[in-house]
Each structure stands twice: as C-alpha cells, then as structure tokens.
Design a protein. Sequence first.
Length: 255
Amino acid sequence: MQSRRTGFLIPLIVAVGSVAAQSPATAPRQLTLTQALQLAKANSPTYRQAEAAADPAAAAVRAADWARLPTISASAGVGYTGSRSSSFGGGFTFAASSPTISSSYRLSANWNLGTRTFLTPSIARASERATDENIAAASVSLVSDVTSQYLTALRTAAVVQVAVQQLARDSQFLALTQARQQFGQANLIDVLAAQTTLASAQVQLLQSAQSATQAKIDLVRKIGLPTDVDVDAIALTEPFPLVQPNFDLQSLLTT
C-alpha cells in the first residue's frame, strides 16, 4: 500500500510543479505602444464586456429578420391495414377485406403580420448600432488611457536620465569646488553650497526614480499584467522619430 501512495504522489508533485512553473504570467522585456494596446484590449474587463455584447445584438437582428418570414409546416403519415377472413363450417372461408396501405399529407403556411413584426427588426438594428458605438467608444477610451500612461512613463524615464546627468554635474562641481578651496580660490561657504546642491540633486534623482517606477506600475495595471512583475526590467521601446515640419507661410496665413 505504501508503494502505491509513493507512486501516486511523485507524478502529482511533478504535475503541480510544472503547473506552478507555468502559472505566473511573464511580462515582455521590451514593450512598444502597439503591444501595450494589444495587451490592454485582451485584458481589459470593460472593453471585453463591451465586445461581448456584439454577438447577442447580431443574433437579435437575425431573429427579428426571421420572424418576418412565413412559417411553413409539413407532415406526412402512412397507414397499413392487413387482410381479415372468416371461416364457416364445411371448409368455406370468406375474405372480409384485403390488405390496404394508406397515406396522408399536410402542408400549411402561417404568416403573422403586425406592427410589431415590422418594427422589431428596426429596433434590433438600432440596438446593434448602439452596441457598435459602445465598442468604439470603449476602444477610444482605452487607447487614449493607455497611450497617455505610456507617454507618462516615457516622460518620467526621461526625467530620471536628466536627474542622473544633473547629479553627475553637481558631483563634478563639488569636486572642483573642493579643489579650488585647497588652492585658496574658494572658501568653506562655496563648498557647503556645492554640497547642498549635490544633496538636492540626489533627492531629485530619488523622487524622479520613484515617479518613473510608479508610472510603469500604473501602465502595467492598465494593460492587465500582474502587479508583481519586475517593472524595472520592462523597457519601453516605442520609437518616436522627430520629423522636421515643413510649413508654408502663405498657407498658414490663409488658414
């Protein structure tokens, strides 16, 4: 009995381990805006609920169209009656009836005409158009929300880069000020001012990094990824090329 339990538990443990290894959703290492919108449409409950109403609306239109058509019913039947005979004394037999086969057919049509029959398809089509508009509105809202959050995450990441550069400049300026103090070209007040500027740059970097992380967390939440993913490992790689605008002064003045 013990060997049976062991033989049963080993495959069970292996199966549970494989499921546990596959269950966590993996976030993409590189995330473009197009991928973010696709994930958002696939995972957004509001958008999926709006899309789910499309099939019932189309089915209601088809049902309303079929209801305007006449109903035709047909039936058929077949009957069989065997032969019967009567016997009398003296060897006489009298045939009462011969076998017969009978059949019956019935065809009927019913066409229900009324105001409701002709108005229902129009109402169903209007409801279908309203459903399509709701889906389009949900799509526009989702695209706008995700795009805005994606741009916010890019902006905060750019602010972090600026803060890193500012910290490097302030560190160099502090080192330069301390060197000047050694040669008598700067005093203690200049050094303290440089240290204060460096500390402010460090605080600014920490705040910028926190804002960038929070922006990525909000983006991950909006596109439906698990909140426990490593957001720092996700790189936003949507290319936004800079294009030089070509303006015509005359056309700008006329418009």
